[in-house]
Design a binder for this molecule. Structure first.
Ligand code: ADP
Length: 492
């Protein structure tokens, strides 16, 4: 049974800024179900230390820069979806016991000591592969995003000096966030001098945690096959495409799954009425409830377009702004839940003011409302510039909302456009457009209205979408195979 330690900064339902939390909240449990001995290492953030049950100390880690040691405590987080997953928290209150997000003060300012905060996380992971906890020694470190990138570097150097026999996997959830810091931070991290260089953690004379993961991991994965190819191109490689091409034999894409325990309209406690592909009636109740909640006209005949998203350049919702008047003229409604760029928030707020019975902006982050929106929605908008995997289009399919997406990354891997031929072949599940341009999005919106005017076809496409299964078990099997490959390589 492979002992694999997942290392990251977020975990649903306690600490979440995006899809990363959903993955760390679901994949270890799926791996355990598939026969791995998986556990999770997280920083001791207040939202986690306060819900850790049955905590017991398993070791301590001395920061290379000196000062108080950090304590590793193992227990269970108090959530049904995590009941079977052992969790290790890295407790160092001076570094982690503070308000805000895992990365900053919550108003856009990253913590100045992030190099220390995340280096210590990586070092603790490497120590857990070296037997610091005699009861459980990791055989594979599975590091998620730049926050855990140094785990791969510390482990590689421990292997070089025969202190570790563990392998490592580094998963990119978003190549755009790289954890790049001034060179000065490198000196105190306890890495050997030869880690500084192009063949190491240096990125244009700065320290890059992302690069540490990409360079030192035995395998690099990302969260969809298409994104795995795209990041090896200049256009989407964010400056790291050269390294990724160099390592292409070690790079692969494994599509994320949907956690059925959280996202299932037949059992979801957060929505107005339950429904399924076979018993769809409850969906109309969900739509009526959301229309009322948002002050929209109570019309089942109006196609309800929705977006649950960070409002950032990446997510592409700026392409939608110019089409809102037309969307309303055609009889559509729009609900947006999200926050981010002030200009984009303002644009949606202005549209809601202009069309109060047809457009609604809910600014902020609201997990329960996001469920109500997917349940009510007819079309989920994800017009991203790039999208490593994207979870919302998969939630949409499950909840009977047709995704309208740009053909990029995981969106390209999960949605099939309603072209005449794909409708005829009975495989269409949504609307897909090519170029990152408002015109292309507008044409996709027109396809959505056209299909809406043909209710039988709409129902068929919706039913097909709801039958799609993006289970975590498939992803878990693939990761397991990867762990086995690495294990074989190391012991060869
Ligand atoms: P990313 O990680 O790039 O933000 P994903 O689609 O992979 O994009 O994951 C986003 C996750 O965050 C989904 O679970 C989505 O439902 C959730 N989410 C995004 N914005 C909000 C919001 N404003 N309120 C509630 N949930 C949100």
């Amino acid at each position: 049974m492979t002992r694999v330690l997942h290392v990251g900064a977020e975990i649903y339902p306690f600490v979440k800024t995006g899809g990363l939390a959903d993955v760390i909240g679901a994949l270890p449990a799926a791996l355990r179900a598939a026969g791995a001995d998986a556990r999770v290492l997280l920083p001791g953030l207040p939202a986690l230390t306060t819900v850790l049950r049955d905590a017991k100390p398993v070791g301590s880690v001395q920061p290379p820069w000196g000062g108080a040691a950090a304590e590793l405590v193992e227990g269970r987080l108090d959530a049904p979806s995590l009941a079977d997953v052992p969790v290790v928290l890295l407790r160092h209150d001076a570094l982690y016991a503070r308000a805000g997000t895992p990365y900053g003060d919550g108003s856009g300012h990253p913590f100045a000591d992030n190099p220390r905060r995340f280096a210590l996380l990586g070092l603790a992971a490497a120590r857990l592969a070296q037997g610091i906890d005699p009861a459980w020694q990791a055989q594979v470190l599975h590091a998620h995003d730049w926050h855990a990138g140094l785990a791969c570097a510390y482990n590689a150097f421990a292997r070089r000096s025969h202190k570790s026999r563990a392998g490592s996997v580094f998963t990119i959830h978003n190549l755009a966030f790289q954890g790049v810091f001034a060179r000065a931070a490198f000196a105190e991290l306890g890495l050997p001098a030869d880690a500084w260089g192009v063949q190491g953690v240096e990125f244009h004379d700065q320290l890059s945690f992302m690069k540490a993961g990409l360079h030192y991991a035995d395998r690099v994965t990302t969260v969809s096959p298409t994104y795995a190819r795209e990041i090896q191109t200049h256009e989407l490689g964010a400056g790291l495409d050269g390294l990724l091409r160099e390592r292409s034999a070690a790079v692969s894409g494994i599509l994320n799954g949907v956690d059925d325990a959280v996202w299932d309209p037949a059992h979801d406690a957060l929505i107005a009425a339950h429904f399924s592909a076979q018993r769809i009636a409850g969906k109309a109740q969900c739509k009526a409830a959301l229309q009322q909640e948002c002050g929209l006209d109570a019309q089942d005949s109006a196609p309800l377009f929705t977006a649950v998203s960070r409002l950032t350049e990446q997510k592409g919702l700026q392409l939608l702004v110019g089409s809102i008047d037309r969307l309303v003229e055609r009889g559509g409604q729009l609900v947006v839940l999200g926050s981010g760029d002030a200009a984009l928030e303002d644009a949606f707020r202005a549209a809601a003011k202009k069309h109060p019975r047809h457009v609604c902006l809910r600014q902020g982050y609201d997990e329960a409302l996001s469920h109500r929106i997917f349940a009510a929605s007819d079309v989920t908008l994800v017009p991203s510039r790039f999208e490593p995997c994207g979870l919302t289009q998969m939630y949409a399919l499950r909840y009977g909302s047709l995704p309208l997406v740009r053909r990029t990354g995981g969106l390209a891997d999960t949605v099939i456009d309603c072209t005449l031929e794909d409708l005829a072949d009975e495989c269409a599940t949504g609307f897909v457009f090519e170029r990152f341009e408002a015109d292309d999005l507008t044409r996709a919106l027109r396809r959505a209205f056209t299909l809406w005017s043909r209710p039988r076809d709409w129902r068929e496409v919706r039913k097909r979408g709801m039958a799609q299964r993006f289970g975590w078990n498939t992803a878990a099997e693939r990761y397991l195979a990867l762990y086995h490959d690495i294990g074989r390589e190391i012991s060869a």
